[in-house]
Design a protein around this ligand. Structure first.
Ligand SMILES: [Zn+2]
Length: 331
């Protein structure tokens, strides 16, 4: 059996947050609701949405897991996430536990969790877990284009990482007879291609990136797992999250991982690197403040992070890891 979960309403465009009340009522959401934000995103859009919907505001703190627990203990009919990665994940998990729907209003385009059913929180398992899709997504391009450039560049890199995720998925199908879905894989690949082809234009046209991130989330929803958008490059990023005190952003690490994993797949890693540069995403360890040793250690332990068959198969030796990182200019 396989079940597909997708958001029901997705609004992308300028000033679409003004339509939040219509979206909620179209989705049949009414009554008590809680808006989740942090101090910054509360000012960007949270206060405005809360005044339109009469929401109780929940300001997220330092400990995301604690926030999930506190939020899940509150009474309400639905929730609204207003923020970037962590705010979305907190709301996704808390609403899932309560079996109530949520609307996602992203304030940056930094990862493909915007519309996907997967959630991940650092401190929990380093990998993503299935929770639920937002019932509605309101992606206001006026807000998103004003997000910090670093966050949006990380979003580009997270989409570009679909490239090696799909190669890994095909490999698992070929060598391990794992389930493989053509629709989900093609949608994921297409999102990566569109971002790569338009890498230079994304800063002036954020909707290209937003649509690619939403399509990636939809690919995950269709596949029923993160497979189409998460392969060896994500394992590498999860490994960095475990070993580094101050890791880079999720998308940044995945992008750097994609360059190296594409090289292992004997694919065109130089094309990946060029596209990342054009998006303004980092391509070296030093750019995100990581040491050569961090990269090598993460490469050698990535295959043990979770049970997912990828090009890393039984893992890389330290020598192989160093050679790979040096050849691709990551270190
Ligand atoms: Zn990702």
């Amino acid at each position: 059996m396989k079940y597909i979960e997708l958001p029901r309403k997705v609004l992308v465009g300028e000033n679409v947050i003004d339509k939040v009340k219509d979206v909620a009522s179209d989705l049949g959401l009414r009554g008590e609701n809680i808006l989740v934000a942090d101090d910054t995103t509360k000012k960007i859009a949270g206060d405005k949405i809360a005044s339109i919907l009469g929401s109780e505001i929940f300001v997220a703190g330092e400990n995301a897991l604690e926030d999930v627990g506190r939020l899940a203990g509150k009474e309400c009919n639905y929730m609204i996430a207003c923020g970037g990665g962590t705010i979305n994940d907190i709301t996704k998990l808390a609403s899932f536990r309560k079996k109530i729907p949520y609307i996602n209003v992203p304030t940056s385009a930094s990862h493909d969790g915007i519309a996907s059913p997967q959630a991940s929180l650092k401190g929990d398992k380093p990998v993503s877990v299935r929770a639920q899709c937002p019932l509605g997504v309101i992606a206001d391009t006026r807000i998103l284009e004003n997000a910090p450039k670093r966050l949006n560049a990380a979003g580009c890199a997270d989409v570009i990482s679909n490239y090696t995720a799909v190669l890994d998925w095909k490999l698992a199908y070929k060598e391990k007879k794992e389930y493989y879905g053509d629709y989900a894989a093609t949608l994921s690949e297409m999102s990566a291609s569109i971002v790569m082809e338009n890498a230079g234009k994304i800063r002036s046209n954020i909707s290209i990136l937003v649509e690619a991130l939403i399509s990636s989330g939809v690919a995950i929803g269709i596949a029923g797992s993160s497979r189409p958008c998460s392969g060896s490059e994500h394992l590498f990023s999860h490994a960095l999250d475990l070993i580094c005190e101050k890791p880079g952003l999720h998308g940044e690490q995945c992008g750097i991982g994609t360059i190296m994993m594409a090289c292992l797949h004997k694919a065109d890693w130089k094309k990946i690197k060029k596209a990342l540069e054009e998006c303004g995403a980092p391509t070296t360890a030093r750019q995100i403040g990581l040491s050569n040793e961090d990269i090598i250690k993460a490469l050698t332990m990535a295959h043990k992070i979770r049970d997912r068959y990828t090009i890393l198969r039984n893992g890389l030796s330290e020598k192989q890891a160093r050679e790979l990182a040096e050849k691709t200019g990551v270190i």
